[in-house]
Design a protein around this ligand. Structure first.
Ligand code: 6PG
Length: 245
């Protein structure tokens, strides 16, 4: 089992540019090999630059791309906090995107219901899956505390090994989130982390060079069974990794 690959780039813009090419290549590989590209989008702010580049850059197989979400806030789609809204503003709202292939998490529902609803959506997208769905690519970010998707330190969903999608109480925000679980993240063919900013330096060092338990640094729990993990990071986030980077 090879560990994650790290690529340190000069800036967030360089991370976005590299990630856009990465997504482009994986998308055409998947679409040509299997007729579709299954992609799980990350939320937060870091991916905005990537999504804009995907929209403006080299054409993707839009008509064969299935857009899902790794997590969502427990808010309606028009809420400024919504990951679906952010993606729509930057990518999935673009006219060339086949809107019937964008599957948002219905954050407007009570969290448990939203999670169960989304799991049913994924089960229809991956029919006949006996274990967990294998996305061609899952995009992830990471918080300063080492959370990824909405898998936060010491939160209940970290331990979920059966559901594809779980609701998760996040004590620090006093709110529920809806998130893909580790078994889904770790069933992916490829995971691409986008991490930028000095506020991520401590967590990134903990993920790549530390030995803390996953309960403390959830991003350490992303270890695909038979898939690749790559961290695309900027110099500010890599500041704690030492000279070898
Ligand atoms: C979310 C994301 C979350 C995000 C990190 C980093 O819903 O917020 O899924 O895991 O990737 O919190 O967020 P930033 O990119 O805004 O730093």
């Amino acid at each position: 089992m090879t560990g994650p690959t790290l690529r340190v780039l000069d800036s967030l813009d360089a991370v976005a540019r590299t990630a856009a090419q990465w997504v482009h290549d994986r998308a055409w590989d998947a679409a040509n090999a299997r007729g579709r590209f299954t992609l799980a989008l990350s939320g937060g702010n870091t991916p905005r630059a990537l999504y804009r580049r995907m929209a403006d850059g080299p054409r993707l197989p839009w008509d064969r791309t299935v857009f899902c979400f790794g997590d969502e806030r427990n808010v309606p789609p028009d809420n400024p906090e919504s990951n679906s809204r952010m993606a729509k503003e930057t990518l999935t709202g673009q006219p060339f995107v086949n809107h019937s292939s964008v599957y948002r998490i219905r954050g407007e529902l009570p969290a448990e219901e939203a999670a169960a609803d989304y799991e049913q959506t994924l089960r229809k997208l991956f029919p006949g899956t006996a274990t967990f769905p294998r996305f061609d690519l899952i995009l992830l970010g990471m918080g300063p505390d080492g959370h990824t998707a909405s898998l936060f330190p010491h939160s209940a969903a970290l331990a979920d090994r059966t559901r594809w999608v779980a609701s998760n109480w996040v004590e620090k925000f006093r709110t529920h989130r809806i998130t893909m679980t580790f078994p889904v993240l770790n069933a992916a063919a490829e995971v691409l982390f986008l991490v930028a900013g000095e506020d991520k330096a401590w967590a990134l060092k903990e993920v790549l060079k530390g030995s803390a338990p996953v309960s403390e640094i959830p991003a350490r729990g992303v270890v695909p069974t038979s898939g690749k993990v790559t961290f695309l990071v900027d110099r500010a986030a890599a500041a704690g990794l030492g000279q070898s980077t």
